[in-house]
Design a protein around this ligand. Structure first.
Ligand SMILES: [Zn+2]
Ligand SMILES: [Zn+2]
Length: 133
């Protein structure tokens, strides 16, 4: 069971499903939207998710023609990204997930857009742009 939520507590979710995809995204949109050096995501099956509180507090921002970002209207926490190319997958912002979820092997994507002051120090695979799976 994976549980998570936003900073203010308005939004809480859980999923009984497994994390099927674990990525660190260095694209400029993720960096700006999360105010972070890069953003880690846990891909889960969207239909497996249950909103325990506050789904009505979710707001959406279409950061591109295909990517819809969901965030908390009260505190601004970025909750997840859903892509029109994979509408059945929720890419949860891993920083909003509680505890230590079981994760598959990770990778870095959009490394060509990496912040110049970030050094990638792990041995995970690096992809210059998006990863097609
Ligand atoms: Zn919130
Ligand atoms: Zn990104």
């Amino acid at each position: 069971m994976i549980e998570g939520g936003c900073e203010c507590g308005a939004i809480r979710y859980e999923t009984a499903g497994q994390v099927t995809d674990f990525s660190h995204c260095h694209c400029s949109q993720c960096r700006r939207l999360h105010g972070a050096p890069y953003v880690s995501f846990a891909g889960v099956v969207l239909a497996d998710m249950t909103w325990k509180s506050g789904p009505g507090a979710l707001r959406v921002y279409d950061s591109s023609a295909k990517n819809r970002r969901y965030f908390c209207a009260s505190c601004g926490s970025q909750i997840m990204v859903v892509s029109a190319e994979e509408p059945d997958v929720a890419y949860l912002a891993l920083g909003c997930i509680d505890g230590d979820p079981e994760l598959p092997d990770g990778y870095h994507q959009f490394v060509d857009s990496k912040a110049p002051w970030v050094n990638i120090l792990d041995e995970l695979p690096q992809f210059p742009e998006a990863v097609d799976e």
